[in-house]
Design a protein around this ligand. Structure first.
Ligand SMILES: Nc1ncnc2c1ncn2[C@@H]1O[C@H](COP(=O)(O)OP(=O)(O)O)[C@@H](O)[C@H]1O
Ligand SMILES: [Mg+2]
Length: 273
């Protein structure tokens, strides 16, 4: 099952997550993120991507979700059911889909708030602020702007900046590309790669946009209805026929069939034809 022995930074084994004690959203997911690796978790709406990130980061309670089976290990320690305060201290930082920044505060104030709540020493504060403005020079110009007036791409930059200030060992990024123009997405993905290359951070990148994610990821998993249906090196995933057709194709979600249905379809065709 294990890709590269027991050296995984994050190791999830047969994870099951249930909402409201009745609805199983994640059913037996196993995945690994190695040190310094970018891993893509790909899937359409409702596949179980956000739920998986909630389980890792500990943000389960507010949604009345529970881990009912399996385990999660970070740096060899079990973190199942640990609250966000604990997972964050250990270096796991979640960049959520929504509610990431305070609209009525400026860019600078948003960043200062993170610094203030992280009891970081002043030396690191300046260091990290410099690092952030190197990745996102446009934020220097926008320092005094209210976050509520930022464009979608700028908002994501601020969100990533806030996450970086927490000095993550593992960054969990939920749908960075959602609603953004392709060129903005490409720039953000390049920064993701830069962050991995320079900050020694491993990144679990949750995306519906498989094209963008596989451009920077080393390894990928495809999740459907709470189950991993395919995994492999990015190159292998990119060249896989079914994934080509249904995740890297037209991107037209209306006409996009289920990955499992496709496999079924292919199998049937092979059988009869
Ligand atoms: N707060 C919640 N309460 C109940 N069910 C939920 C909740 N959040 C998500 N779900 C359900 O869990 C499944 C997986 O959702 P989610 O993890 O958000 O998928 P994704 O992030 O891949 O779009 C879906 O069927 C969704 O309806
Ligand atoms: Mg989601």
């Amino acid at each position: 099952m294990s890709r590269r022995g027991d050296s995984a930074l994050l190791k999830i084994e047969k994870l099951e997550v249930v909402y409201h004690n009745v609805s199983t959203a994640v059913q037996g997911v196993s995945l690994e993120v190695m040190e310094n690796e970018i891993v893509a978790l790909l899937g359409t709406n409702g596949a179980g991507k956000t739920t998986t990130l909630r389980a890792i980061s500990g943000f389960l309670g507010i949604d009345d979700a529970k881990i009912t089976d399996g385990f999660i290990e970070f740096k060899g320690h079990r973190i199942n059911g640990k609250p966000p305060s604990v997972t964050t201290k250990r270096g796991i930082v979640l960049v959520p889909e929504h509610d990431k920044v305070f609209d009525n505060m400026t860019v600078e104030e948003n960043l200062e708030l993170v610094i203030a709540s992280s009891n970081m020493d002043p030396k690191h504060k300046n260091e990290m602020t410099d690092v952030i403005y190197t990745y996102f020079p446009v934020l220097i110009k926008l320092r005094k702007r209210l976050a509520g007036y930022l464009s979608g791409g700028e908002r994501q930059m601020l969100t990533l900046s806030a996450a970086l200030l927490c000095r993550p060992g593992l960054l969990l990024v939920d749908e960075l590309s959602l609603g953004l123009a392709p060129i903005v997405v490409r720039d953000l993905m390049n920064v993701i790669k830069g962050i991995r290359d320079n900050q020694g951070v491993a990144i679990l990148l949750v995306e519906q946009n498989a094209v963008a994610a596989l451009e920077v990821a080393d390894y990928g998993y495809v999740i459907e209805s709470g189950r991993i249906v395919y995994s492999g090196d990015s190159e292998k995933l990119k060249s896989h026929d079914d994934i080509q057709e249904f995740y890297l194709g037209s991107g037209d979600s209306e006409s996009r069939k289920s990955y499992r249905n496709v496999k079924q379809y292919r199998r049937t065709r092979r059988w009869y034809g």
